[in-house]
Design a protein around this ligand. Structure first.
Ligand SMILES: [Fe+2]
Ligand SMILES: [Fe+2]
Length: 193
């Protein structure tokens, strides 16, 4: 048991915390996380829970999320869009009764990532980007194609970081140093395989 609730109980409760689109995205992420867990031999039940709960704090107002500022990385503090990840990890433990550390860390890392993530953390990160219910085809197909061509989570993750960095540049938004750090690390791993 990784949480005190059943999947159906989590779904019913989550529906009350998220708007319809975010709920559908969470179901999509759960489905894709299970698919990837099967493919890359990770724990499917854990993937189901992490996928479902990864955005559990997404619909909270920034004033509420900001209360957890002490748990944010320095580079997250300037980017409110990332706040739901650290808060989601805290809530997954406190509100949703998740006891498994890897589920909590996958939720924690699903926005900015980290160097040396586990395969499980990588599949949650990628599932969030390529789920089929709400992500647009043009957004997810490049990552999917890379994953299918290479069968490498690192290569898919690298593609995802490339897309994120390009989009940040285009929108003239700041790029967190940790993002660049993870990108460089993945680039080295993928190019030297
Ligand atoms: Fe998210
Ligand atoms: Fe998400």
């Amino acid at each position: 048991m990784y949480t005190k609730y059943s999947i159906d109980e989590i779904k019913n409760k989550l529906k009350l915390c998220l708007n319809e689109e975010r709920y559908n995205h969470s179901i999509g992420t759960m489905e894709m996380a299970v698919e990837l867990a099967k493919r890359f031999r990770c724990d499917e039940e854990k993937a189901e829970i992490a996928g479902l709960l990864h955005d559990c704090a997404k619909c909270l107002p920034n004033e509420e999320l900001e209360k957890y500022i002490d748990s944010f990385e320095e580079c997250e503090k300037i980017s409110p869009k990332t706040w739901h990840a650290p808060v989601g990890a805290v809530m997954a433990k406190q509100t949703w009764g998740v006891t498994d550390e890897e589920i909590l860390s996958a939720i924690r890392l699903h926005t900015i990532g980290k160097k040396g993530m586990s395969d499980f953390e990588k599949i949650i990160f990628i599932a969030d980007k390529i789920e089929k219910r709400t992500r647009e085809v043009k957004f997810r197909e490049k990552i999917e194609k890379t994953l299918n061509k290479t069968n490498s989570l690192d290569a898919a993750l690298l593609k995802s970081f490339k897309i994120t960095i390009k989009s940040l540049l285009k929108r003239k938004l700041p790029i967190c140093f940790q993002t660049v750090d993870v990108y460089n690390d993945l680039l080295y791993i993928v190019e030297n395989k």
